[in-house]
Ligand binder design. Sequence first.
Ligand code: ADP
Length: 504
Amino acid sequence: MKLDRPIVILHLEDSPADSQLVQAMLKKAKVEFEYFFVDNEETYISYLDNQKIDIILSDYHLPDYNGTEALLYAKNKFPHIPFVFVSGTMGEDVAIESLLNGATDYVLKNRMERLGSAVLRAYNEAQAEKARMNAEKALLQSEENFKRSISESPLGIRIVSIDGHTIYVNKAFLDIYEFRSLAEFNNTPAKNRYTPECYIQHQERKAKRKNGQDVFEYELSIVRSNGDIRHVKVSRKEILWNRVKHFQVINMDITDQKKLTFDLIAAKERAEESDRLKSAFLANISHEIRTPMNGILGFAELLKENDLSSELQQEYIGIIETSGARLLNIINEIVDISKIESGQMKVSKSQTNVNEQIDYLFQFFKTEATERKLEISVKKSLPNKEAILLTDREKLLSILTNLVKNAIKYTDLGFIEFGYIPVQTLNEKSLQFFVKDTGIGIPAHRQEAIFERFIQADIVDKMARQGAGLGLAISKAYVEMLGGKIWVESKEGKGSTFYFTIPN
Ligand code: ADP
Protein backbone atom coordinates (compact mmCIF):
# COMPACT_ATOMS: atom_id res chain seq x y z
CA MET A 1 0.00 0.00 0.00
CA LYS A 2 1.34 3.43 -1.00
CA LEU A 3 1.44 6.01 1.81
CA ASP A 4 1.50 9.80 1.34
CA ARG A 5 4.53 10.05 3.59
CA PRO A 6 6.76 7.79 5.68
CA ILE A 7 5.29 6.50 8.94
CA VAL A 8 7.06 8.13 11.89
CA ILE A 9 7.97 5.35 14.33
CA LEU A 10 9.21 5.74 17.90
CA HIS A 11 10.86 2.55 19.12
CA LEU A 12 11.45 2.02 22.86
CA GLU A 13 14.01 -0.79 23.12
CA ASP A 14 17.17 -1.45 25.15
CA SER A 15 18.80 -3.72 22.56
CA PRO A 16 20.41 -2.06 19.47
CA ALA A 17 20.41 -5.47 17.78
CA ASP A 18 16.64 -5.73 18.16
CA SER A 19 16.34 -2.18 16.84
CA GLN A 20 18.27 -3.27 13.73
CA LEU A 21 16.05 -6.29 13.41
CA VAL A 22 12.83 -4.25 13.63
CA GLN A 23 14.05 -1.83 10.95
CA ALA A 24 15.12 -4.69 8.70
CA MET A 25 11.77 -6.41 9.09
CA LEU A 26 9.89 -3.19 8.25
CA LYS A 27 12.02 -2.62 5.18
CA LYS A 28 11.42 -6.18 4.15
CA ALA A 29 7.69 -5.61 4.43
CA LYS A 30 8.16 -2.48 2.25
CA VAL A 31 6.95 -0.10 4.93
CA GLU A 32 8.25 3.42 4.34
CA PHE A 33 9.19 4.90 7.67
CA GLU A 34 11.16 7.39 9.68
CA TYR A 35 12.63 5.90 12.80
CA PHE A 36 13.51 7.14 16.30
CA PHE A 37 15.23 4.81 18.70
CA VAL A 38 14.95 5.45 22.48
CA ASP A 39 16.07 3.21 25.33
CA ASN A 40 14.98 5.10 28.48
CA GLU A 41 12.01 6.93 29.96
CA GLU A 42 13.40 10.43 29.60
CA THR A 43 14.17 10.30 25.88
CA TYR A 44 10.95 8.37 25.25
CA ILE A 45 8.86 11.15 26.82
CA SER A 46 10.88 13.88 25.17
CA TYR A 47 10.37 12.34 21.68
CA LEU A 48 6.71 11.75 22.29
CA ASP A 49 6.18 15.30 23.45
CA ASN A 50 8.20 16.98 20.72
CA GLN A 51 7.87 14.90 17.57
CA LYS A 52 4.85 14.04 15.54
CA ILE A 53 4.84 10.32 16.14
CA ASP A 54 2.54 8.05 14.12
CA ILE A 55 3.14 4.79 15.97
CA ILE A 56 4.97 3.55 19.06
CA LEU A 57 6.78 0.21 19.15
CA SER A 58 7.87 -0.86 22.61
CA ASP A 59 9.71 -3.72 24.32
CA TYR A 60 7.96 -5.03 27.39
CA HIS A 61 10.97 -5.50 29.65
CA LEU A 62 13.50 -2.68 29.96
CA PRO A 63 16.28 -2.24 32.46
CA ASP A 64 15.16 1.12 34.04
CA TYR A 65 11.63 1.47 32.66
CA ASN A 66 8.88 -0.84 31.61
CA GLY A 67 6.46 -1.22 28.72
CA THR A 68 3.31 -0.93 30.82
CA GLU A 69 4.29 2.50 32.13
CA ALA A 70 5.29 3.64 28.64
CA LEU A 71 1.86 2.48 27.40
CA LEU A 72 0.00 4.30 30.17
CA TYR A 73 1.91 7.52 29.54
CA ALA A 74 1.21 7.38 25.82
CA LYS A 75 -2.49 6.51 26.22
CA ASN A 76 -2.92 9.25 28.72
CA LYS A 77 -1.32 12.00 26.70
CA PHE A 78 -1.68 10.83 23.12
CA PRO A 79 -4.60 8.41 23.11
CA HIS A 80 -4.75 8.29 19.31
CA ILE A 81 -1.17 7.11 18.70
CA PRO A 82 -1.24 3.33 18.21
CA PHE A 83 1.03 1.41 20.60
CA VAL A 84 2.41 -2.01 19.58
CA PHE A 85 4.42 -4.21 21.92
CA VAL A 86 7.43 -5.93 20.31
CA SER A 87 8.70 -8.29 22.95
CA GLY A 88 10.70 -11.46 23.33
CA THR A 89 8.67 -12.93 26.11
CA MET A 90 5.10 -12.05 26.77
CA GLY A 91 2.76 -14.38 28.49
CA GLU A 92 -0.81 -14.53 27.30
CA ASP A 93 -2.09 -12.91 30.50
CA VAL A 94 0.25 -9.96 30.10
CA ALA A 95 -0.65 -9.63 26.45
CA ILE A 96 -4.34 -9.55 27.26
CA GLU A 97 -3.85 -7.03 30.05
CA SER A 98 -1.83 -4.83 27.74
CA LEU A 99 -4.56 -4.87 25.14
CA LEU A 100 -7.05 -3.97 27.85
CA ASN A 101 -4.83 -1.07 28.85
CA GLY A 102 -5.06 0.26 25.34
CA ALA A 103 -2.23 -1.41 23.42
CA THR A 104 -3.10 -1.82 19.79
CA ASP A 105 -1.29 -5.08 19.14
CA TYR A 106 1.69 -7.17 20.19
CA VAL A 107 4.33 -8.93 18.11
CA LEU A 108 6.62 -11.57 19.56
CA LYS A 109 10.29 -11.25 18.66
CA ASN A 110 10.36 -14.85 17.49
CA ARG A 111 7.51 -14.08 15.05
CA MET A 112 8.87 -10.86 13.58
CA GLU A 113 7.47 -11.55 10.09
CA ARG A 114 4.15 -10.23 11.46
CA LEU A 115 5.66 -6.84 12.31
CA GLY A 116 5.18 -5.15 8.92
CA SER A 117 1.53 -5.99 8.62
CA ALA A 118 0.88 -5.21 12.31
CA VAL A 119 2.46 -1.77 11.93
CA LEU A 120 0.58 -1.01 8.73
CA ARG A 121 -2.72 -2.15 10.16
CA ALA A 122 -2.27 -0.14 13.36
CA TYR A 123 -1.28 2.91 11.35
CA ASN A 124 -4.21 2.63 8.93
CA GLU A 125 -6.72 2.07 11.68
CA ALA A 126 -5.39 5.13 13.52
CA GLN A 127 -5.59 7.21 10.34
CA ALA A 128 -9.16 6.02 9.70
CA GLU A 129 -10.13 6.83 13.27
CA LYS A 130 -8.56 10.29 12.92
CA ALA A 131 -10.48 10.90 9.71
CA ARG A 132 -13.70 9.73 11.33
CA MET A 133 -13.17 12.02 14.28
CA ASN A 134 -12.37 14.96 12.01
CA ALA A 135 -15.56 14.31 10.05
CA GLU A 136 -17.55 14.10 13.26
CA LYS A 137 -16.05 17.38 14.45
CA ALA A 138 -16.83 19.05 11.13
CA LEU A 139 -20.38 17.73 11.29
CA LEU A 140 -20.84 19.03 14.82
CA GLN A 141 -19.42 22.37 13.76
CA SER A 142 -21.69 22.69 10.76
CA GLU A 143 -24.68 21.62 12.87
CA GLU A 144 -23.72 24.31 15.36
CA ASN A 145 -23.43 26.85 12.53
CA PHE A 146 -26.87 26.00 11.17
CA LYS A 147 -28.41 26.04 14.63
CA ARG A 148 -26.93 29.50 15.18
CA SER A 149 -28.05 30.79 11.82
CA ILE A 150 -31.61 29.77 12.69
CA SER A 151 -31.64 30.80 16.34
CA GLU A 152 -29.97 34.16 15.63
CA SER A 153 -31.70 34.89 12.33
CA PRO A 154 -33.30 38.35 12.13
CA LEU A 155 -36.37 36.67 10.63
CA GLY A 156 -38.83 35.06 13.00
CA ILE A 157 -38.71 31.29 12.46
CA ARG A 158 -41.24 28.82 13.74
CA ILE A 159 -41.35 25.08 13.16
CA VAL A 160 -44.82 23.56 13.15
CA SER A 161 -45.67 19.87 13.11
CA ILE A 162 -48.18 18.48 10.63
CA ASP A 163 -50.90 18.57 13.30
CA GLY A 164 -50.28 22.29 13.84
CA HIS A 165 -48.25 22.12 17.04
CA THR A 166 -45.40 24.63 17.30
CA ILE A 167 -42.25 22.78 18.37
CA TYR A 168 -39.60 25.45 17.86
CA VAL A 169 -39.43 29.24 17.69
CA ASN A 170 -36.32 31.40 17.45
CA LYS A 171 -35.61 34.63 19.34
CA ALA A 172 -36.66 36.96 16.52
CA PHE A 173 -40.04 35.22 16.42
CA LEU A 174 -40.57 35.68 20.17
CA ASP A 175 -39.51 39.32 19.81
CA ILE A 176 -42.16 40.01 17.15
CA TYR A 177 -44.90 38.84 19.52
CA GLU A 178 -43.05 39.99 22.65
CA PHE A 179 -43.32 36.52 24.15
CA ARG A 180 -40.68 35.20 26.52
CA SER A 181 -40.81 31.52 25.60
CA LEU A 182 -42.20 28.89 23.29
CA ALA A 183 -44.47 27.75 26.13
CA GLU A 184 -45.94 31.25 26.50
CA PHE A 185 -46.61 31.34 22.76
CA ASN A 186 -48.25 27.90 22.79
CA ASN A 187 -50.35 28.79 25.84
CA THR A 188 -51.75 31.96 24.24
CA PRO A 189 -54.84 31.15 22.15
CA ALA A 190 -54.72 32.38 18.53
CA LYS A 191 -57.76 34.55 19.30
CA ASN A 192 -55.66 36.62 21.72
CA ARG A 193 -52.68 36.81 19.38
CA TYR A 194 -54.47 38.28 16.36
CA THR A 195 -56.74 41.22 15.59
CA PRO A 196 -60.39 40.13 15.13
CA GLU A 197 -60.19 40.34 11.28
CA CYS A 198 -56.89 38.51 11.27
CA TYR A 199 -58.36 35.81 13.53
CA ILE A 200 -61.20 35.26 11.04
CA GLN A 201 -58.65 34.90 8.23
CA HIS A 202 -56.69 32.49 10.43
CA GLN A 203 -59.81 30.33 10.85
CA GLU A 204 -60.42 30.44 7.10
CA ARG A 205 -56.85 29.29 6.41
CA LYS A 206 -57.29 26.45 8.89
CA ALA A 207 -60.48 25.37 7.14
CA LYS A 208 -58.73 25.50 3.75
CA ARG A 209 -55.86 23.39 5.04
CA LYS A 210 -58.33 20.80 6.27
CA ASN A 211 -59.58 20.58 2.69
CA GLY A 212 -56.05 20.06 1.48
CA GLN A 213 -55.56 23.59 0.13
CA ASP A 214 -52.64 24.99 2.05
CA VAL A 215 -51.90 28.72 1.98
CA PHE A 216 -48.17 29.45 1.81
CA GLU A 217 -47.96 33.25 1.72
CA TYR A 218 -50.09 35.58 3.83
CA GLU A 219 -50.05 38.55 6.18
CA LEU A 220 -50.95 38.67 9.86
CA SER A 221 -51.96 41.54 12.10
CA ILE A 222 -50.88 40.52 15.55
CA VAL A 223 -51.70 42.11 18.88
CA ARG A 224 -48.97 42.36 21.48
CA SER A 225 -49.79 42.16 25.16
CA ASN A 226 -49.63 45.99 25.44
CA GLY A 227 -52.20 46.30 22.64
CA ASP A 228 -49.69 47.32 19.94
CA ILE A 229 -50.57 45.98 16.53
CA ARG A 230 -47.76 44.68 14.30
CA HIS A 231 -48.04 43.55 10.70
CA VAL A 232 -46.20 40.40 9.77
CA LYS A 233 -45.52 38.80 6.39
CA VAL A 234 -45.55 35.02 6.60
CA SER A 235 -44.11 32.39 4.24
CA ARG A 236 -44.70 28.75 5.00
CA LYS A 237 -42.68 25.91 3.55
CA GLU A 238 -42.71 22.17 3.96
CA ILE A 239 -39.42 20.80 5.40
CA LEU A 240 -38.09 17.65 7.01
CA TRP A 241 -37.37 18.11 10.71
CA ASN A 242 -35.88 15.04 12.38
CA ARG A 243 -36.71 13.34 9.05
CA VAL A 244 -40.43 13.97 9.59
CA LYS A 245 -42.59 16.35 7.51
CA HIS A 246 -43.02 19.71 9.26
CA PHE A 247 -43.58 23.32 8.23
CA GLN A 248 -41.05 26.08 8.52
CA VAL A 249 -42.93 29.34 8.98
CA ILE A 250 -40.89 32.49 8.34
CA ASN A 251 -42.23 35.70 9.91
CA MET A 252 -41.07 39.13 8.86
CA ASP A 253 -42.21 42.24 10.74
CA ILE A 254 -43.33 44.64 7.98
CA THR A 255 -45.08 47.18 10.23
CA ASP A 256 -42.63 49.96 9.45
CA GLN A 257 -42.63 49.31 5.68
CA LYS A 258 -46.42 49.15 5.76
CA LYS A 259 -46.68 52.48 7.55
CA LEU A 260 -44.24 54.03 5.11
CA THR A 261 -46.20 52.73 2.12
CA PHE A 262 -49.43 53.91 3.69
CA ASP A 263 -47.99 57.38 4.36
CA LEU A 264 -46.61 57.56 0.83
CA ILE A 265 -49.96 56.60 -0.69
CA ALA A 266 -51.74 59.14 1.52
CA ALA A 267 -49.21 61.81 0.53
CA LYS A 268 -49.64 60.92 -3.15
CA GLU A 269 -53.42 61.09 -2.83
CA ARG A 270 -53.18 64.42 -1.04
CA ALA A 271 -50.91 65.76 -3.77
CA GLU A 272 -53.28 64.52 -6.49
CA GLU A 273 -56.30 65.88 -4.64
CA SER A 274 -54.62 69.23 -4.15
CA ASP A 275 -53.67 69.32 -7.82
CA ARG A 276 -57.24 68.48 -8.79
CA LEU A 277 -58.62 71.12 -6.40
CA LYS A 278 -56.22 73.70 -7.76
CA SER A 279 -57.41 73.08 -11.32
CA ALA A 280 -61.05 73.15 -10.20
CA PHE A 281 -60.33 76.32 -8.20
CA LEU A 282 -58.87 78.08 -11.23
CA ALA A 283 -61.72 76.91 -13.49
CA ASN A 284 -64.27 78.12 -10.93
CA ILE A 285 -62.57 81.47 -10.43
CA SER A 286 -62.39 82.21 -14.14
CA HIS A 287 -66.05 81.25 -14.54
CA GLU A 288 -67.16 83.32 -11.56
CA ILE A 289 -65.23 86.37 -12.75
CA ARG A 290 -66.20 86.07 -16.38
CA THR A 291 -69.95 85.93 -15.71
CA PRO A 292 -70.38 89.40 -14.09
CA MET A 293 -67.65 90.77 -16.36
CA ASN A 294 -69.65 89.75 -19.43
CA GLY A 295 -72.65 91.46 -17.86
CA ILE A 296 -70.71 94.69 -17.37
CA LEU A 297 -69.16 94.72 -20.85
CA GLY A 298 -72.35 93.57 -22.59
CA PHE A 299 -74.60 96.20 -21.02
CA ALA A 300 -71.98 98.96 -21.39
CA GLU A 301 -72.01 98.13 -25.12
CA LEU A 302 -75.81 98.38 -25.17
CA LEU A 303 -75.67 101.75 -23.42
CA LYS A 304 -73.79 103.17 -26.43
CA GLU A 305 -76.92 103.01 -28.58
CA ASN A 306 -78.38 106.46 -29.25
CA ASP A 307 -82.11 105.80 -29.24
CA LEU A 308 -82.21 104.18 -25.80
CA SER A 309 -85.12 105.12 -23.57
CA SER A 310 -84.15 106.55 -20.19
CA GLU A 311 -85.85 103.60 -18.39
CA LEU A 312 -83.73 101.12 -20.34
CA GLN A 313 -80.64 103.22 -19.66
CA GLN A 314 -81.39 103.09 -15.91
CA GLU A 315 -82.04 99.36 -16.09
CA TYR A 316 -78.72 98.70 -17.86
CA ILE A 317 -76.82 100.90 -15.42
CA GLY A 318 -78.49 98.97 -12.57
CA ILE A 319 -77.32 95.66 -14.09
CA ILE A 320 -73.80 97.01 -14.51
CA GLU A 321 -73.80 98.14 -10.86
CA THR A 322 -75.03 94.76 -9.57
CA SER A 323 -72.50 92.89 -11.71
CA GLY A 324 -69.73 95.20 -10.47
CA ALA A 325 -70.75 94.58 -6.86
CA ARG A 326 -70.88 90.86 -7.49
CA LEU A 327 -67.43 90.95 -9.08
CA LEU A 328 -66.03 92.84 -6.12
CA ASN A 329 -67.63 90.35 -3.73
CA ILE A 330 -66.13 87.41 -5.59
CA ILE A 331 -62.69 88.99 -5.67
CA ASN A 332 -62.92 89.68 -1.92
CA GLU A 333 -63.93 86.07 -1.28
CA ILE A 334 -61.09 84.74 -3.43
CA VAL A 335 -58.59 86.93 -1.60
CA ASP A 336 -60.00 85.72 1.75
CA ILE A 337 -59.90 82.03 0.85
CA SER A 338 -56.36 82.36 -0.54
CA LYS A 339 -55.25 84.04 2.68
CA ILE A 340 -56.93 81.32 4.75
CA GLU A 341 -55.34 78.52 2.73
CA SER A 342 -51.87 80.01 2.76
CA GLY A 343 -52.15 80.50 6.53
CA GLN A 344 -51.89 84.28 6.27
CA MET A 345 -55.28 85.05 7.78
CA LYS A 346 -54.65 86.31 11.32
CA VAL A 347 -57.04 86.49 14.25
CA SER A 348 -57.19 89.76 16.10
CA LYS A 349 -59.35 89.61 19.23
CA SER A 350 -60.96 92.52 21.05
CA GLN A 351 -63.89 93.05 23.43
CA THR A 352 -66.89 92.86 21.13
CA ASN A 353 -70.43 93.80 21.97
CA VAL A 354 -72.45 91.12 20.23
CA ASN A 355 -75.79 93.00 20.53
CA GLU A 356 -74.29 95.94 18.66
CA GLN A 357 -73.16 93.65 15.84
CA ILE A 358 -76.62 92.07 15.59
CA ASP A 359 -78.31 95.50 15.53
CA TYR A 360 -75.91 96.71 12.84
CA LEU A 361 -76.64 93.69 10.63
CA PHE A 362 -80.37 94.07 11.18
CA GLN A 363 -80.20 97.69 9.95
CA PHE A 364 -77.98 96.66 7.05
CA PHE A 365 -80.26 93.89 5.73
CA LYS A 366 -83.66 95.36 6.67
CA THR A 367 -84.17 97.17 3.38
CA GLU A 368 -83.09 94.22 1.19
CA ALA A 369 -85.36 91.83 3.12
CA THR A 370 -88.31 94.18 2.96
CA GLU A 371 -87.79 94.67 -0.77
CA ARG A 372 -88.02 90.90 -1.12
CA LYS A 373 -91.14 90.88 1.07
CA LEU A 374 -89.44 88.86 3.79
CA GLU A 375 -89.94 89.48 7.48
CA ILE A 376 -86.69 89.91 9.36
CA SER A 377 -86.16 89.82 13.13
CA VAL A 378 -83.38 89.33 15.68
CA LYS A 379 -82.99 87.55 18.98
CA LYS A 380 -80.47 88.88 21.52
CA SER A 381 -80.54 86.69 24.63
CA LEU A 382 -78.25 88.77 26.83
CA PRO A 383 -78.68 92.36 28.07
CA ASN A 384 -76.31 94.81 26.34
CA LYS A 385 -74.00 95.00 29.38
CA GLU A 386 -73.43 91.27 29.42
CA ALA A 387 -73.29 90.70 25.68
CA ILE A 388 -69.51 91.08 25.55
CA LEU A 389 -67.28 88.55 23.84
CA LEU A 390 -63.49 88.54 23.44
CA THR A 391 -63.23 87.63 19.79
CA ASP A 392 -62.30 88.83 16.30
CA ARG A 393 -65.08 91.34 15.58
CA GLU A 394 -64.49 91.55 11.81
CA LYS A 395 -64.60 87.79 11.39
CA LEU A 396 -67.73 87.42 13.53
CA LEU A 397 -69.40 90.11 11.45
CA SER A 398 -68.26 88.48 8.25
CA ILE A 399 -69.66 85.06 9.28
CA LEU A 400 -73.04 86.51 10.23
CA THR A 401 -73.16 88.66 7.08
CA ASN A 402 -72.54 85.60 4.93
CA LEU A 403 -75.22 83.55 6.63
CA VAL A 404 -77.86 86.31 6.60
CA LYS A 405 -77.04 87.13 2.97
CA ASN A 406 -77.53 83.44 2.08
CA ALA A 407 -80.77 83.27 4.10
CA ILE A 408 -82.20 86.18 2.09
CA LYS A 409 -80.80 84.82 -1.17
CA TYR A 410 -82.25 81.33 -0.72
CA THR A 411 -85.64 82.36 0.70
CA ASP A 412 -88.59 83.40 -1.47
CA LEU A 413 -91.34 83.52 1.14
CA GLY A 414 -91.59 83.83 4.91
CA PHE A 415 -89.07 85.18 7.37
CA ILE A 416 -85.47 85.39 8.46
CA GLU A 417 -84.50 85.40 12.11
CA PHE A 418 -80.99 85.63 13.48
CA GLY A 419 -79.36 86.06 16.87
CA TYR A 420 -77.72 84.03 19.62
CA ILE A 421 -78.27 82.18 22.89
CA PRO A 422 -75.69 81.55 25.62
CA VAL A 423 -74.82 77.86 26.12
CA GLN A 424 -72.73 76.12 28.69
CA THR A 425 -71.06 72.72 28.35
CA LEU A 426 -69.11 70.89 31.04
CA ASN A 427 -65.91 72.86 30.59
CA GLU A 428 -66.85 75.75 28.36
CA LYS A 429 -69.18 78.73 28.11
CA SER A 430 -70.01 79.95 24.63
CA LEU A 431 -72.51 81.85 22.55
CA GLN A 432 -74.46 79.85 20.02
CA PHE A 433 -75.43 81.99 17.04
CA PHE A 434 -78.15 81.03 14.58
CA VAL A 435 -79.55 82.27 11.27
CA LYS A 436 -82.95 80.80 10.49
CA ASP A 437 -84.90 81.04 7.27
CA THR A 438 -88.03 79.58 5.67
CA GLY A 439 -86.32 79.17 2.30
CA ILE A 440 -85.67 76.40 -0.18
CA GLY A 441 -83.71 74.24 2.26
CA ILE A 442 -80.77 71.95 1.56
CA PRO A 443 -81.00 68.25 0.67
CA ALA A 444 -79.70 66.08 3.54
CA HIS A 445 -76.88 64.56 1.48
CA ARG A 446 -75.45 68.04 0.67
CA GLN A 447 -75.59 69.49 4.17
CA GLU A 448 -71.96 68.67 4.90
CA ALA A 449 -70.52 69.36 1.44
CA ILE A 450 -71.81 72.94 1.24
CA PHE A 451 -69.12 73.97 3.74
CA GLU A 452 -66.42 73.04 1.22
CA ARG A 453 -65.19 75.68 -1.20
CA PHE A 454 -66.98 76.05 -4.54
CA ILE A 455 -69.62 73.53 -3.47
CA GLN A 456 -73.24 74.41 -4.00
CA ALA A 457 -76.27 72.38 -2.99
CA ASP A 458 -78.27 70.80 -5.79
CA ILE A 459 -80.44 73.80 -6.52
CA VAL A 460 -82.41 74.05 -9.70
CA ASP A 461 -82.10 77.72 -10.56
CA LYS A 462 -78.38 78.19 -9.83
CA MET A 463 -78.08 81.17 -12.12
CA ALA A 464 -80.97 83.01 -10.50
CA ARG A 465 -79.40 82.75 -7.01
CA GLN A 466 -75.83 83.51 -8.11
CA GLY A 467 -72.87 82.60 -5.93
CA ALA A 468 -69.38 81.22 -6.11
CA GLY A 469 -69.81 78.66 -3.34
CA LEU A 470 -67.07 80.25 -1.24
CA GLY A 471 -69.07 82.01 1.48
CA LEU A 472 -69.67 78.99 3.70
CA ALA A 473 -66.10 77.70 3.26
CA ILE A 474 -64.81 81.09 4.46
CA SER A 475 -67.36 81.17 7.32
CA LYS A 476 -66.36 77.67 8.45
CA ALA A 477 -62.66 78.57 8.40
CA TYR A 478 -63.38 81.74 10.45
CA VAL A 479 -65.54 79.88 13.01
CA GLU A 480 -62.80 77.32 13.49
CA MET A 481 -60.16 80.03 13.81
CA LEU A 482 -62.23 81.52 16.61
CA GLY A 483 -62.43 78.12 18.34
CA GLY A 484 -66.02 77.21 17.46
CA LYS A 485 -68.06 74.84 15.32
CA ILE A 486 -70.54 75.43 12.48
CA TRP A 487 -73.38 73.21 11.26
CA VAL A 488 -76.76 73.34 9.60
CA GLU A 489 -80.20 71.87 10.19
CA SER A 490 -82.37 72.02 7.13
CA LYS A 491 -85.35 70.51 5.38
CA GLU A 492 -85.91 70.86 1.67
CA GLY A 493 -88.81 73.21 0.93
CA LYS A 494 -89.17 74.17 4.61
CA GLY A 495 -86.05 76.18 5.41
CA SER A 496 -82.66 76.07 7.06
CA THR A 497 -81.06 77.09 10.32
CA PHE A 498 -77.32 77.61 10.39
CA TYR A 499 -75.67 77.44 13.82
CA PHE A 500 -72.19 78.30 15.00
CA THR A 501 -70.59 78.66 18.39
CA ILE A 502 -67.99 81.14 19.61
CA PRO A 503 -66.35 80.35 22.95
CA ASN A 504 -66.65 83.00 25.61
P1 ADP B 1 -72.91 80.58 -2.56
O1 ADP B 1 -72.08 81.75 -2.96
O2 ADP B 1 -73.16 79.60 -3.68
O3 ADP B 1 -74.13 80.96 -1.82
P2 ADP B 1 -72.01 79.47 -0.05
O4 ADP B 1 -70.71 78.82 0.29
O5 ADP B 1 -72.41 80.62 0.76
O6 ADP B 1 -71.93 79.79 -1.60
O7 ADP B 1 -73.13 78.36 0.03
C1 ADP B 1 -72.91 77.12 -0.58
C2 ADP B 1 -74.24 76.52 -1.03
O8 ADP B 1 -75.01 76.17 0.12
C3 ADP B 1 -75.10 77.44 -1.80
O9 ADP B 1 -74.77 77.40 -3.18
C4 ADP B 1 -76.49 76.86 -1.56
O10 ADP B 1 -76.74 75.77 -2.42
C5 ADP B 1 -76.40 76.33 -0.15
N1 ADP B 1 -76.94 77.26 0.86
C6 ADP B 1 -76.26 78.12 1.64
N2 ADP B 1 -77.09 78.79 2.49
C7 ADP B 1 -78.32 78.33 2.22
C8 ADP B 1 -79.63 78.62 2.77
N3 ADP B 1 -79.81 79.53 3.74
N4 ADP B 1 -80.68 77.97 2.23
C9 ADP B 1 -80.51 77.05 1.26
N5 ADP B 1 -79.32 76.74 0.71
C10 ADP B 1 -78.25 77.37 1.18
